[in-house]
Each structure stands twice: as C-alpha cells, then as structure tokens.
Design a protein. Structure first.
Length: 119
C-alpha cells in the first residue's frame, strides 16, 4: 500500500484460530495486525459478547493489535468503542461490533500507510 511519502508493507488477518508461525512472526515482526472483536485487554475469550454482557460493562468494541506468539496479547494500536444497550443479546452486540470492525481496520491501515511513524 502506498502513501504519499511512504510505503506500507504489512500482513493482516482476522479471527484466525491458528497461531502465526514463529518463522512468519520473525520475518514480519511488527508488521502483522489482527482485528479482534473486543476491546483488548478489557475482554477476551471465545464467548466475548456473553462475557461483556455478564460483566455489566457499558461498552464493548473492536481492537486492532499487533500479532505476537500468544493469542491477542500484542499491543493494541487502535480501538473503536460500541455501546452496550440495555436490551442487547450476544447476537445484537456482535452485529454492532462487526460493523465497528469493518470501519476500524481500513481506517487503521490507511492511517498507518499515511505516516512514516512505525506501527
């Protein structure tokens, strides 16, 4: 991806259930991003929307983070909050978070591509 004065070369993935290989992590260190369906490190786990609702947290959301050797442990570089509504179910919350994911990832990549700052 080319910006005005910089070139962005990155690898991204979404909701992979397999760990990224050590060789890939070594080759692309600091350039692999993932979109996660919660506000890391606030909430994580396989049933994150149920966890958010059970916690009484008034917000959920999506995070873009660096991929590391451990699941969802890399530093978050962008987040988008989504309000938790009183009548939310895991399905309705998941639908709103997915909408946030669809705007957050391209916005984050565009921001990275337009700067010379490291991600």
């Amino acid at each position: 991806m080319k910006g005005r004065d910089t070139e962005f070369a990155g690898v991204g993935h979404r909701r992979l259930h397999e760990k990224t290989s050590p060789a890939t992590l070594d080759t692309h260190a600091g350039h692999i991003l993932n979109i996660h369906l919660s506000l890391l490190s606030r909430h994580d786990g396989q049933h994150v929307h149920e966890i958010v609702l059970a916690s009484g947290d008034p917000v959920s959301g999506a995070s873009v983070h660096h991929v590391t050797a451990e699941y969802d442990e890399g530093p978050a570089i962008a987040r988008q909050e989504v309000p938790v509504l009183p009548d939310d179910t895991p399905k309705t919350l998941a639908e709103r978070v997915l909408t946030a994911e669809h705007s957050l990832l391209p916005t984050t990549i565009a921001a990275i591509a337009s700067t010379t700052q490291p991600i």
